[in-house]
Design a protein. Structure first.
Length: 305
């Protein structure tokens, strides 16, 4: 499966902020793990004879394995891929019991970022074993469209916030031609910013706020890559607070306010450039812009950053 910006954002959260997956697991599998439960990240790369398959996430909580895939389209073959992924995970963690093996599938689900009225609540397949018995493979489908910003905060599903903008991806033209509608979008993201800040900075998690805000802006920049005003509006709301928090952190490290803000803005600008390069599939330029200031400035001008 081709890697997308959505896969990158989802995997970034799983790898750097795995505790964000706990409320999602509780929501989907009706568990009640505390936020600080111990999570072990299992390998996402599984070797097979015909090559390697890479899953989006595989987490171990206690003795239970959880596998969550992030899917940007309603792909009817997804259930087949999930069986393949789950079988690979089960084989890798098979337990030998005398001359027999116990192969346990993980608890799995798919997060559909885009869905339709035909997207089922469960992905299902009938699996016929050699003895003739048929077993139903059934896993839940989570649909972003089912969650409002209020329900996301009520259930602490902060992992869904970067993808919330996708419910508006077909309204870019409307936002450009309807100032009232555009202001409603900005007001909604101001609510998200305020709630997220309250949720995290008051509990000493300002770094998590910064990381999540950057991912929110990254997805919004991609979704509205042709709508400069929309990108700028959301970026100013979410990115402004990031700059403030970054400047406070850098000042605490002994830098002046000007140096701190300059550093934060430089990181944000570079992040925007890298996002644009990814969108244009110019990945070979990314290592260059990270070290070559001259080339970086040329690309800033090219992308009007």
């Amino acid at each position: 499966m081709n890697n997308t910006i959505f896969d990158d954002v989802f995997r970034t959260m799983i790898e750097k902020m795995p505790y964000l997956a706990v409320p999602l697991i509780n929501e989907v599998f009706h568990t009640s793990y505390p936020e600080d439960v111990k999570i072990t990240q299992l390998r996402n790369e599984h070797q097979q004879e015909d090559g390697e398959i890479i899953t989006d996430s595989c987490l171990l909580i206690g003795r239970k394995m959880y596998h969550i895939e992030c899917q940007s389209t309603d792909d009817m073959t997804m259930v087949i891929r999930m069986i393949e992924y789950d079988f690979a995970i089960g084989i890798e963690h098979a337990e030998k019991q005398g001359r027999r093996y116990r192969i346990e599938f993980p608890k799995s689900c798919v997060l559909f970022l885009r869905s339709s009225e035909n997207t089922p609540d469960y992905l299902e397949a009938d699996v016929v074993f050699p003895d003739g018995n048929t077993y139903l493979y059934s896993i839940p489908a989570i649909k972003m469209a089912d969650y409002t910003k209020d329900s996301i905060f009520e259930k602490n599903l902060l992992m869904l916030l970067p993808f919330y903008i996708m419910r508006y991806e077909k309204k870019g033209h409307d936002f450009n031609n309807n100032p009232e509608l555009f202001q409603m979008l900005l007001n909604e993201y101001e609510d998200i910013r305020v709630n997220l800040e309250k949720e995290l900075t008051e509990t000493g998690k300002s770094e998590l706020y910064t990381d999540l805000a950057k991912l929110i802006v990254k997805v919004a920049d991609y979704i509205f890559r042709k709508e400069e005003d929309v990108r700028k509006g959301i970026g100013d709301i979410m990115g402004g607070k990031v700059l403030e928090l970054e400047s406070e952190r850098l000042k605490a490290e002994g830098r002046t306010e000007g140096e701190a803000i300059g550093q934060a803005r430089g990181e944000t600008r570079l992040g925007s450039l890298i996002t644009r390069l990814l969108q244009d599939q110019r990945t070979e330029e990314i290592p260059i812009v990270s070290t070559n200031a001259k080339r970086r400035e040329q690309l800033y001008k090219e992308y009007n950053l």
